[in-house]
Design a protein around this ligand. Structure first.
Ligand SMILES: Cc1ncc(COP(=O)(O)O)c(C=O)c1O
Length: 377
C-alpha cells in the first residue's frame, strides 16, 4: 500500500457485530481475563483503540511496534528514561523542542545522568561519544530554526558505537520523512501536531522495532502516560487524512517561503526547501517533502514580532502547530521560553524570530494576510 492508502486503511478494525466502517470507541477500562492470554488494560497499552492507531502508525513509519502516549512529552520523557540510568550519558542536539531541552537540562543533574548538547552537526555528535553514552537524541527539521541534520550519518555513529538512536520526527511527520528507513532506531512524534492535525487533541507516539518498543512499553506502564480511547478514536480519524493534509500544507509552505524570501522587510527565512538553506541538499536526500513549518526574522524596519502578530487577521497567533489552520508564534516567548536567554541567543532564537505553521487554506489568502500585516501602519 502507498501512504495515501495506509492512512485510510491500515490497522482498520472490522467490527464483527455491527459491520460498521469505523472503529467503535471501546470505553472499557476493565476487560475479562479468565482463559485469555491477551489482557487489555489502558495503562498496558493494549486496548483495541490503542492498537488500531499503533498499527496505522507502524505502517506509516515502517515500524514493527509502537506505544501511544497522552502527550508528545510523555513519549519523549518515557523513551529517554527507558535507556538511561545513573552514571549514563546522552547526546542531544542543542536545537531541540524547548520542552525536551528543559527536561534534560533541568532534571538530569538531579538523577545523575550526564548529558552533552551539541550543535546540529554529526561531527560534533561523534566527538561527544563517551564509553557511557547510551542514547543519541536528534530532531530534524528542528524546532524552530528548521535546521537539518544528516540522519543517516547520526544513525551510523550510533551503530558503530553500540548506542541507541532516537529522533523527534514531529516537524516532518511520517509523510515527509521516515527515519527508521534511514537507520535510526526509534522515532517519536508529538501527535498533538500533524498526526492529530486539527488542534483539538494532545497525544504522542513512539515507533520502533519490537524489542525497543517493548522496552519503552515496559517503562511506560510504570510512568502511566497512556492515551484514552476517545482520543485514540479522534487520532485514528485524523490519520485518515494525514497524507492529504500534509501534502497540501507542504505545497503551501514552499510557496510562502519563496514569497518571504523575496520580501524586503524579511531579514531571513528558515525553510529547508529553499536552495539557499544550508541543509537543503541533506534534506533533499532524506525527506520526501520539506514540511510545512518555516521561520522568519523580521527586519529592523518591520514592526516588532508582537505588533506583527496582532495585525494578523487569518493566521492565528497560537501555541502549538501542525493544524489545518495556519498559526504563528514567537518561539522566544512560547516554545523556547524556558531556555535561558543566553542559550536561546547562542542557538539563534532571537526576539524577532517568528515560526509559521502553514495550514491547508488557499495559499494566496495566507500570503495576503502576511502582506497586509506587514504593510499596516
Ligand atoms: C518538535 C516537538 N516535539 C515535542 C513536542 C511536545 O509535544 P506535546 O506538547 O504533545 O507534549 C512539541 C510541542 O510543541 C514539539 O514541537
Amino acid at each position: 500500500m502507498r501512504k495515501e492508502t495506509m492512512c485510510v486503511h491500515s490497522g482498520s478494525y472490522r467490527d464483527p457485530n455491527t459491520r460498521g466502517i469505523n472503529t467503535p470507541i471501546f470505553t472499557s477500562s476493565a476487560f475479562e481475563y479468565l482463559d485469555l492470554e491477551e489482557r487489555p488494560y489502558p495503562r498496558y497499552f493494549n486496548t483495541p483503540n490503542q492498537e488500531v492507531v499503533v498499527r496505522k502508525l507502524c505502517d506509516l513509519e515502517n515500524a514493527e511496534d509502537g506505544v501511544l502516549f497522552s502527550s508528545g512529552m510523555a513519549a519523549i520523557t518515557t523513551t529517554i528514561l527507558s535507556f538511561l540510568k545513573q552514571g549514563d550519558h546522552i547526546i542531544l542536539q542543542d536545537e531541540l523542542y524547548g520542552g525536551t531541552h528543559a527536561f534534560v537540562s533541568g532534571q538530569f543533574e538531579r538523577i545523575g545522568v550526564d548529558y552533552t548538547f551539541v550543535p546540529t552537526d554529526t561531527e560534533k555528535i561523534a566527538e561527544a561519544v563517551r564509553d557511557n553514552t547510551r542514547l543519541i537524541f536528534i530532531e530534524s527539521p528542528t524546532n524552530p530554526l528548521l535546521s537539518i541534520i544528516d540522519i543517516r550519518e547520526a544513525a551510523l555513529i550510533g551503530k558503530k558505537n553500540g548506542i541507541t538512536t532516537a529522533i523527534d520526527n514531529t516537524f516532518a511527520s511520517p509523510i515527509n520523512q521516515n527515519p527508521l528507513e534511514l537507520g535510526i532506531d526509534i522515532v517519536l512524534h508529538s501527535g498533538t501536531k500533524y498526526l492529530g492535525g486539527h488542534s483539538d487533541i494532545c497525544c504522542g507516539a513512539v515507533l520502533a522495532n519490537r524489542a525497543l518498543a517493548g522496552r519503552i512499553k515496559a517503562q511506560a506502564t510504570h510512568f502511566g502516560g497512556s492515551l484514552n480511547a476517545t482520543t485514540c478514536c479522534l487520532l485514528e480519524r485524523s490519520l485518515k487524512t494525514l497524507n492529504l493534509r500534509v501534502e497540501r500544507q507542504t505545497q503551501n509552505a514552499g510557496k510562502i517561503a519563496e514569497f518571504l524570501d523575496q520580501h524586503a522587510l524579511i531579514k531571513q527565512v528558515y525553510y529547508p526547501g529553499l536552495s539557499t538553506h544550508p541543509g537543503h541538499d541533506t534534506a533533499l536526500s532524506q525527506m520526501k517533502g520539506f514540511g510545512a513549518m518555516l521561520s522568519f526574522e523580521l527586519s529592523h524596519d518591520a514592526q516588532d514580532a508582537y505588533t506583527f502578530m496582532k495585525r494578523m487577521k487569518l493566521i492565528r497567533p497560537a501555541l502549538s502547530l501542525g493544524g489545518i489552520e495556519s498559526s504563528i508564534c514567537s518561539p522566544a516567548t512560547t516554545s523556547h521560553q524556558k531556555i535561558s536567554r543566553k542559550d536561546r541567543e547562542r542557538i539563534g532564537i532571537t526576539d524577532s524570530l517568528l515560526r509559521l505553521s502553514v495550514g491547508i487554506e488557499h495559499v494566496d489568502d495566507i500570503i495576503y494576510d502576511i502582506e497586509q500585516a506587514m504593510s499596516a501602519g
